[in-house]
Design a protein around this ligand. Structure first.
Ligand code: ADP
Ligand code: MG
Length: 238
């Protein structure tokens, strides 16, 4: 089963053509990393997949259904942003349950999912704290927890570690890899960090100036980069 299929997706903002004929397939359970320099369109691509932006043309299929006109909350995905985007006036529990309450989930289901996610992320002791009382790493775990409780089939991560220091980045990276194997969900992970891409990915999509430059496993890209650009990003030093 294909979790996500993008067919000739284009996105323009006025005269600015940001995404150009994007074709990507993500298989169920696959961990796919999008890499590319700042401004190449990574966040826009995630936002188009999530439905936060409309594609100008092309088709988006999630789990076999065409979702171009499906609102974000009905796409079966959850997105984790670089900026955490937590609600400052809600405590950790409130942040993690808001979407579930809006979905009208029963209280028992909400309580069970929050407990499960809190255990996975070691957030149990922090459920009554407010975002301002948490460290950066804890806030990012809450943002991840908020995605997990929705039990999405597809997770979208937009540079989730870029605001963390080096040691925390490594811990959180390992945590995300563990989550992926525990949850078995498909994940798309945006980064411009080569180490993150090489260690996390089943498959890497290299983006440049709104186009797909190359798609392959970390080893394929490392050993056989299609061109100098890919080599510069991921390839073996020559
Ligand atoms: P990345 O995440 O790879 O750094 P982005 O997707 O944020 O890149 O941006 C890609 C390009 O699209 C940039 O040139 C950016 O200025 C432009 N862009 C993104 N969002 C908008 C918008 N809402 N309106 C106009 N231009 C935008
Ligand atoms: Mg971005």
């Amino acid at each position: 089963m294909t979790a996500l299929s993008l067919k000739n997706v284009n996105k323009s903002f006025g005269d600015i053509h940001v995404l150009k004929d994007i074709n990507i397939e993500v298989e169920e359970g696959e961990f796919v990393v999008f890499v590319g320099p700042s401004g190449c369109g990574k966040s826009t691509l995630l936002r188009v997949i999530a439905g936060l932006e409309d594609a100008t043309s092309g088709e988006i299929h999630i789990a076999g259904n065409q979702v171009n006109l499906t609102p974000p909350s009905k796409r079966g995905i959850a997105m984790v942003f670089q900026s955490y985007a937590l609600y400052p006036h809600l405590n950790v529990r409130g942040n993690m349950t808001l979407a579930l309450k809006q979905e009208g989930q029963p209280k028992a289901v909400i309580a069970e999912r929050v407990q499960k996610a809190a255990n996975m992320l070691d957030l149990g002791p922090y459920l009554d704290r407010y975002p301002s009382e948490l460290s950066g790493g804890q806030r990012q775990r809450v943002a991840i927890g908020r995605a997990i409780v929705r039990e999405p089939k597809l997770f979208l991560f937009d540079e989730p570690l870029s605001n963390l220091d080096a040691a925390l980045r490594m811990n959180t990276r390992i945590e995300i890899a563990n989550l992926h194997s525990q949850l078995g969900a498909s994940m798309i992970y945006v980064t411009h960090d080569q180490t993150e891409a090489m260690t996390l990915a089943d498959k890497i999509v290299v983006l440049r100036d709104g186009r797909v430059e190359q798609i392959g496993s970390p080893m394929e890209l490392y050993n056989n980069p299609a061109n100098q650009f890919v080599a510069g990003f991921l390839g073996a030093p020559s």
